[in-house]
Ligand binder design. Structure first.
Ligand code: TXA
Ligand code: MG
Length: 326
């Protein structure tokens, strides 16, 4: 796909004037980077093929990878999805428990949603975000907003406005700064079908939290979430798993869960107190800082794989590029 960067001036704004400007751009079918409680998104009017095409172009994202549509509340579901009475009951139970918040549901799409948004699939991914700035913009525009994470395709998702600037300045007109994202990893994607809730991407809403709402399956379904590629969330430097048998080295940057270690050229500790939620919130920022440091390669320690630790390990497995840095 052609590179869209045409040295467009990218403004970074905040507060009520920023929100007003973002609303104006979105109503004119332009794209804007916005904060959500998970990661920053690159938003556009989900009903405008022109806006949706601009999202793909700015991210250099393949058209085969569909977008999540963000809604203000459940009354908007009918604008984008078609729910049988049975599915509606399931969705409302999940909505009451988890929305607004970091849960995305795959639902049968309405014809108002173009194939560009869903990559030709019969389902549309929807989420009702909780970030107050995102909600103000949804309310002000009255538009369902298609928004993938605001990074270049395959790169680390942005959790601060400065991260978005590093990824997309020159390609988009506006970045709205709403401070750091509280969850720090992308929403949990769930496909409710037949009598199961199938997790297609682990995230802040955990398998344990979903269990009261039905039988939960967490193994991946081949091809069901087209964006769940192996090489995703990747830093530019080679990244391998930490091996305690290898000696530390000043050329290597280390990402650990809770323990600092000596002898590395750069060190990031995700949560000194061993709190997985704090670790998730710090994950992408820490990877970015290591990527920008002077070391030549990176190693990462696994985190405990329960609760949101499953989402962290999912992202790290995709980010690791080689078995060993030795
Ligand atoms: O937390 C989040 O979900 C963030 C914020 C901005 O809302 N968004 C986000 O979007 O992570 P994105 O585009 O980076 O990831 C969305 C994932 C992709 O892997 C995509 O393939 C999958 O959702 N997806 C979207 N629509 C789908 C559909 N109809 N069927 C299957 N997978 C879908
Ligand atoms: Mg993404």
């Amino acid at each position: 796909m052609a590179l869209c960067c045409v040295n467009m001036k990218t403004l970074v704004a905040s507060g009520s004037s920023g929100i007003a400007a973002a609303g104006d751009f979105l109503k004119q079918d332009q794209v804007v980077a916005l904060p959500t409680e998970t990661v920053y998104g690159l938003a556009g009017n989900a009903f405008s093929p022109q806006a949706v095409a601009s999202i793909f172009e700015a991210k250099e994202r393949p058209l085969s990878d569909p977008l999540i549509v963000h809604l203000l509340d459940v009354s908007w579901l009918d604008r984008v999805a078609v729910l049988s009475p049975e599915l509606k009951k399931k969705v409302m139970a999940l909505a009451t428990a988890f929305w607004p918040g970091p849960l995305t549901l795959l639902l049968p799409k309405k014809e108002t949603i173009s194939d560009l948004v869903t990559a030709g699939l019969e389902t549309v991914a929807v989420r009702i975000p909780s970030h107050p700035v995102m909600r103000e913009i949804l309310a002000a525009t009255d538009l369902p907003l298609a928004a993938p994470s605001a990074n270049r395709f395959g790169r680390i998702s942005p959790t601060a406005a400065s991260d978005v600037f590093a990824e997309l300045s020159g390609c988009i007109p506006l970045i709205l700064d709403g401070g750091p994202c509280s969850h720090g990893v992308e929403s949990t994607i769930v496909w409710p079908h037949e009598d199961v809730l199938q997790i297609l991407r682990p995230g802040p809403i955990t398998e344990e939290e979903l269990k009261p709402f039905g039988k939960v399956l967490s193994q991946s379904v081949h091809g069901k979430a087209p964006g769940s590629l192996k090489s995703h969330y990747a830093p530019r430097k080679p990244l391998a798993w930490y091996d305690p048998h290898h000696s530390p080295c000043e050329e290597i940057g280390l990402l650990t869960f809770s323990q600092p270690r000596k002898g590395y050229g750069a060190l990031e500790v995700l949560s000194p107190s061993g709190d997985l939620r704090e670790a998730a919130a710090n994950l992408y920022g820490a990877l970015r800082r290591l990527d920008e440091s002077s070391v030549t390669s990176l190693v990462v320690e696994p985190v405990p794989e329960h609760g949101i630790g499953c989402a962290i390990m999912d992202r790290l497995r995709r980010a690791v590029t080689s078995k060993s840095v030795a």
